[in-house]
Design a protein around this ligand. Structure first.
Ligand code: HXC
Length: 257
């Protein structure tokens, strides 16, 4: 089925998903998430794809959940449908997902970016959790993931006051991995994704799983998990190829992509 709220393309081994509801600054509707999840499922299942980039427009990554759609909700309906839970599909993608954020990433938009593995920001990016100004609580991890990224004080201020953070503040606070000129954002993100997609995919997936452990368990458990993954690396032919290529002073040609 064709997509109406997103654009989906491949660039070599990179899957590029662009949120595309310009009339609503990419406000996140249920229909948009149904399409996004379908595109993620397709790339996840495609052996020719090694890394995914999720982006929006230069003006907005996404200006939040669709307020017009949400304004019709009542508690029983929201609870019965388990509203928001399907939006977290991206957190279960096993291949790396990079958020390339330009312009507004507000409310659910900021939360969606934080669900990705890392965020590269355009120099015009603005992050915020303005739900409080609408009389609701952030509902897709804003109070949880933002706090883990930037610490209690800044997360608390942003969630309580609705203040936006610009790209420089976001980089200083550790919310984004780096800033690039907005005009080059997608190209830069795709370049990083190309690089990742040339690595051994099982190893990339093990690294992603290991880093995520840092958020979900103790340091002792996390390092134990990492050690087992490290040991498991030696069961792959790509370990052999990677180390042999170094010794032979050539580029590795990983088989398990
Ligand atoms: C629905 C939205 C929208 C949104 C913008 N639009 N954000 N529609 N939901 N979240 C629509 C506007 O209604 C308008 O449509 C068009 O997009 C352009 O927006 P403007 O406001 O005219 O643009 P501008 O003046 O440049 O202001 C940009 C803005 C502002 C600062 C980003 O649009 C804004 O404050 N948006 C809402 C941000 C927000 O509160 N996000 C959190 C949502 S709650 P028309 O038809 O009038 O031209 C949330 C909860 C998450 O995300 C919990 C679970 C995920």
């Amino acid at each position: 089925m064709a997509y109406e709220n997103i654009r989906v393309e491949t660039r070599g081994r990179v899957g590029l998903i662009t949120l595309d509801r310009p009339s609503a600054l990419n406000a996140l509707s249920n229909a948009l998430f149904e399409e996004l999840n379908r595109a993620l499922d397709t790339f996840e299942a495609d052996d020719k794809i090694g890394c995914i980039v999720l982006t929006g427009s230069e003006k907005a990554f996404a200006a939040g959940a669709d307020i017009k759609e949400m304004s019709e909700f009542d508690f029983a309906e929201a609870y019965k449908r388990d509203h928001i839970t399907p939006w977290e599909r991206v957190t279960r993608v096993r291949k790396p997902v990079i958020a390339a954020v330009s312009g507004y990433a507000l409310g659910g938009g900021c939360e969606l970016a934080m669900m990705c593995d890392f965020i590269i920001a355009g120099d015009n990016a603005k992050f915020g959790q303005p739900e409080v100004t609408l009389g609701v609580v952030p509902g897709a991890g804003g109070t949880q993931r933002l706090t883990r990224f930037v610490g209690k004080s800044k997360a608390m201020e942003m969630c309580l006051s609705g203040r936006f953070m610009d790209a420089e503040e976001a980089e200083r606070a550790g919310l984004v991995s780096r800033i690039v000129p907005a005009a080059d954002l997608v190209e830069e993100a795709v370049n990083v994704a190309h690089k990742i997609a040339e690595m051994s995919l099982p190893i990339v997936m093990m690294i992603k799983e290991s880093v995520n452990r840092a958020y979900e368990t103790t340091l002792a458990e996390g390092t134990r998990f990492e050690r087992r993954m490290f040991h498991a690396s030696f069961a792959t032919e790509d370990q052999n190829e990677g180390m042999r290529a170094f010794i032979e002073k050539r580029s590795p040609q990983f088989k398990n992509k």
